[in-house]
Design a protein around this ligand. Sequence first.
Ligand code: TGC
Ligand code: FAD
Length: 394
Amino acid sequence: MAARTDVFTSPDYFNVDELFTDEQKLIRETVRNYVKKEISPIIEDYAQKAEFPEQIIKQMGDLGCYGPTVPTEYGGGGLDHVSYGLMMQELERGDSGVRSTASVQGSLVMYPIYAYGSEEQRKKYLPKLASGEWLGCFGLTEPDHGSNPAGMLTNIKEDGDHVILNGSKMWISNAPFSQVAVVWARNENNEIIGVIVEKGMEGFSTPTTHGKWSLRASATGELVFDNVKVPKENIFPNVKGLKGPLGCLTKARYGIAWGTVGAAMDCYDTALRYSKERVQFGRPIGGFQLQQKKLAEMLTEITKAQLMNWRLGVLMDEGKATPQQVSMAKRNGCEIAANICRDARQMLGGMGITGEYPVMRHMMNLESVITYEGTHDIHLLITGMDVTGLDAFK
Ligand code: TGC
Ligand code: FAD
């Protein structure tokens, strides 16, 4: 497939740009230029072949996309949450799978090592993960425990200086290419704890998941633990219970709220351009009211989501954001992006199903994004519980 030239122009109907600092705008432009140069020309080909573009691991490390809010002394970016959000927006504008790679590395691997790890763990792992020398993955979901991770069966037993890990995780992003896995398991006191497992430990394997119609340029796999002997010093000393993994998810879900808007912006921009160029019945299709309705509604939803994300970022930096607000923003981003991508695909007619344009790829990717890091329904129930005080999960 011929490399695509990326001519993206960002919609900003309410001058949201004026809410960003010069540094935030510079960071966004840097990542946007990277996506235009290194991602857009190659990503369709990798998605069609269902291959992971391995070169992006190091490229995104060089760019500072991993752990943007982790302090610089550990190799992180030491940045604010709006900057982190803008990075995820730009990466997912390229492809949800590319954003996934960075989300997992930064929010689900580096963040827990920083927040729950010992000083030795921070020093050993964070700089290598920040630079992209190592890739990491996050194992929470199991074959029989997805939305309900509290039921997990993967277990850890004491054995002298070591612990013995048994069980399995599935649907794990980055797994086949990872040197490091942050794994959540149940100990002998029935507590959920986190442990760092390294590639090459005996009994640890990461088989690849094949046959996905979504997130095809992201590597997904299982984590299988067959009596894996892990040094005790690899256990996180500073967290116990489900709040450990859920705390990481809050950080990653926040990035997804921004990322999905990136995918929506790409589809809107593509559809707008196409509507002015494509002529039917002697005039550009953008002149027909039905097409204008789609474009106007897309832009309205993008604008609302941009403002929600910016406000959430400010609340995150002030330490006031709640996990429930993050759930609402993640759910909203997925909802509007999935609808916008579907409408954009229709506006492109037959061309919309081809790899000539990015919309079908975004649309398919969003089926994963709407499912992982808590499904659409789970996030709705989180809001429902927050406003009523009544738990509808169980
Ligand atoms: P519940 O009793 O509500 O909570 C247990 C403890 O956790 C605390 N907590 C949170 N803390 C931080 N952030 C959050 N978002 C939190 N939500 C809850 C809570 O306060 C409590 O603390 P404590 O001190 O009282 O113990 O737990 P529950 O078992 O009733 O579950 C609630 C539910 C269903 C909302 C939760 O299990 C859930 O969110 N399920 C969805 C599972 C999920 O999101 N899995 C994601 C797997 S990772 C992934 O998909 C990565 S994709 C990566 C990519 O490619 O980008
Ligand atoms: P289930 O929990 O079985 O849910 C099935 C359906 O039932 C859903 O519609 C759900 O909303 C609904 N449902 C469940 N419970 C309730 C309820 N109480 N009330 C109403 N409806 C309910 N996990 C990781 O740990 N690490 C990763 O890196 C990772 N990457 C992923 C990458 C991809 C491409 C995908 C697809 C998934 C990934 N996941 C990862 C797993 C993901 O988080 C789970 O798929 C997700 O949490 C849902 O779990 P499940 O698939 O088991 O669905």
